[in-house]
Design a protein around this ligand. Structure first.
Ligand code: SF4
Length: 348
């Protein structure tokens, strides 16, 4: 896959040889500033590398100044329908604006926005979502082609103003259409791609659709920055985005837990052990990338545990700890969390 151009959101480089970036979105209403700041801080702590805020009215554009006193990650403004909001967002100090070609399309407006963005040295994301294409009978392939066509036409308008700090997103609720659109676009352009599957559905459906859709594209070498969209809180979206990139070995954010699905051979409450262990790792902010295997019995347990940096294979009433392929200590269901944490700390 060819390398994309490097485009910045504030000081964050996206594209080229940079790692896949992770973007988050603020969900708190802009009228609740204290809660909005709290959410932004939580996202920053979780490892979000850029944040997007929906700017619906002129006062929203000023919020960037408050947020920038509290967090150091770049902030993008999501703009629809009103070009004057894009101007206000740029003037107030947002690091990127997202424009939707389906609802800001007047050439004079685009020219004005591109000129100001150029002067202030900020990037523009051209973001097309399938929701703007209202024909119900359109095929996935046609939808993808139309989305790319709209995007390319819009890019040409920006380029005609000598504006080239562009990134692009082509998002649908349908995975096939999203993958097709991003594939077609990447053959025609080297602007960096912001990937996402939009309107993914309820919690587990949403995580599954995001993981499958983003997984396919990332595995094909598409994408420079991702945003996981879920109908749940924004911190969970970042956790899922990190797990997706980590599971493809594209980024390393912290320990990977390898645990078995359990079966009738398992004699311990493995789901509870794994859940408590993950919570404990998050609580102590343990970030060292490593593999920790927690296995229910001796059938696959010792094999998996032995291949991990640290692991445990349970038997009847007790477990055996492994490190780098060698057993070194016995443990029990009651002590396993403390034992694993102690070993991780010693291993640091
Ligand atoms: S490791 Fe053992 S308990 Fe876990 S699924 Fe495999 S056979 Fe069952």
């Amino acid at each position: 896959m060819k390398k994309t151009k490097v485009v910045k959101i504030g000081n964050l480089e996206v594209g080229g040889k940079n790692p896949i970036r992770i973007k988050g979105m603020l969900k708190t209403p802009t009228s609740k500033i204290d809660l909005l700041v709290k959410e932004a801080k939580l996202l920053a702590q979780e490892g979000t590398e850029a944040i997007r805020l929906a700017v619906e009215k002129e006062e929203d554009a000023k919020i960037v100044k408050i947020l920038k006193k509290q967090i150091s990650i770049p902030i993008a403004a999501d703009i629809h329908f009103k070009p004057q909001l894009a101007i206000a967002a740029i003037n107030n100090g947002f690091d990127q604006i997202r424009l939707n070609p389906l609802n800001i399309s007047d050439k004079k407006d685009i020219k004005r926005i591109a000129q100001l963005a150029g002067e202030k040295n900020i990037s523009i994301r051209v973001g097309v979502n399938s929701g703007g294409f209202r024909k119900a009978s359109i095929s996935e392939a046609d939808l993808a082609k139309q989305m790319v066509e709209k995007t390319i036409n819009y890019i040409q308008l920006l380029e005609s103003q000598k504006f080239f700090d562009i990134m692009v997103s082509l998002k649908c609720a349908d995975i096939t259409a999203t993958v097709t659109a991003n594939k077609i676009f990447s053959k025609q352009s080297s602007y960096p791609l912001h990937l996402g599957i939009t309107a993914t559905g309820s919690y587990l459906e949403g995580i599954t659709k995001s993981s499958v859709g983003l997984g396919i594209m990332l595995q094909k070498g598409l994408g420079d920055i991702i945003r996981v969209s879920l109908t749940t809180d924004s911190v969970t979206e970042i956790k899922v985005a990190k797990y997706i990139t980590q599971s493809l070995n594209l980024r390393k954010f912290g320990p990977e837990i390898i645990s078995c699905p359990t079966c009738s051979r398992c004699r311990v409450n493995l789901p509870e052990i794994v859940d408590s262990f993950r919570k404990k790792l998050d609580e102590i902010k343990y970030r060292k990338p490593c593999k920790i295997a927690i296995m229910g019995c001796v059938v696959n347990g010792p094999g998996e545990a032995a291949q991990a940096d640290l692991g445990v294979a349970f038997g009847k009433g007790e477990g055996v700890l492994f490190r780098n392929g060698k057993t070194f200590k016995k443990t029990s269901e009651d002590k396993i969390i403390d034992d694993l944490i102690k070993e991780l700390k010693e291993y640091e």
